[in-house]
Ligand binder design. Structure first.
Ligand code: AMP
Length: 278
């Protein structure tokens, strides 16, 4: 089957074949992490739609929107190789009318952890994801656990707004030394790359401990050991349903999340762990 590039709602309607549709939303510069999501979609649905859209709404004024990597030609090759049916690649001016007013508000979970460092980011992300859902009409959508707070908020939006879409989470794909794959990794210099491994090292060290205080301390120690090249935004141990910090007596699944700047590149990572299992 020939890969279809759709740029509008009309193109998407024409490309529709019947059967279950899976959507994989991305900002492009596709890597092995995205490919894992696409493969998950492929086995679950009759038709796979990958959206490629660098969403201006989810970038703050001092963030890297203009520098974000755009590699559309190579992305199409990846999609062809993975048997994707449709690539949805809208223009920003078609997605956002100049007089647009209504958007999605993420609520409290959008204001903590990653949301505290990037005000408005999750509102912008949820707004584009809801628009993509309304344009593509998928039966299911696949997102990476790499962006754990994003995934949790999308699940919240689907529940709170009664969206008839199944959400699948896919595990984080990593380099052999632990660094989580990211479209932004291409900006890391050799020195940055060595420093960047501290994020996953810290998460592993934390995950080997049993108590919240032990987890936080072990992870923090690894971040400190990376030295001043690593500029940490946060290290957080949170309830996956709310992204509120967990107390020492917390029981159940928790997310240990970290964000840091290495040189001019900002990286995030997380692991899920279980606290005080019965
Ligand atoms: P992005 O293009 O960075 O907006 O990411 C698109 C989707 O790919 C999101 O659902 C991300 O969570 C997911 N993703 C990004 N990096 C990885 C990774 N290393 N492993 C698994 N999924 C990822």
């Amino acid at each position: 089957m020939e890969l279809i590039v759709a740029r509008s709602r009309e193109d998407l309607v024409k490309a529709r074949r019947g059967g279950d549709v899976a959507l994989v939303p991305t900002m492009g510069a596709l890597h092995e992490g995205h490919r894992t999501l696409i493969r998950e979609a492929r086995v679950r649905a009759d038709q796979v739609v990958v959206s490629i859209f660098v969403n201006p709404l989810q970038f703050g004024p001092n963030e890297d929107f203009s520098r974000y990597p755009r590699t559309f030609g190579a992305d199409l090759d990846v999609c062809r190789a993975e048997g994707v049916d449709v690539v949805f690649h809208p223009a920003a001016e078609d997605m956002y009318a100049p007089d647009r007013q209504v958007s999605v508000h993420a609520g409290r979970m959008g204001e903590v952890v990653e949301g505290a460092v990037r005000p408005g980011h999750f509102d912008g992300m949820l707004t584009v994801v809801l628009k993509l859902f309304n344009l593509v009409h998928p039966d299911l959508a696949v997102f990476g656990q790499k962006d754990a707070q994003q995934l949790a908020l999308i699940r919240r939006m689907v529940a709170d707004l009664d969206l008839p879409i199944e959400i699948l989470g896919a595990p984080t794909v990593r380099e052999s030394d632990g660094l989580a794959l990211s479209s932004r990794n291409r900006f890391l210099s050799d020195d940055d790359r060595e420093t960047a491994v501290a994020l996953s090292r810290a998460l592993r060290a934390g995950a080997a401990e049993l108590t919240p205080s032990g987890i936080r301390a072990a992870a923090q120690e690894m971040l400190d050991a990376a030295g001043p090249r690593l500029d940490v935004d946060y290290l957080a141990l949170v309830d996956p349903a709310t992204f509120a910090e967990v107390s020492e007596s917390y029981e159940g699944m928790a997310v240990l999340a970290v964000a840091a700047r290495v040189g001019s590149t900002r990286l995030i990572d997380n692991v899920t762990l279980t606290l005080n299992p019965a």
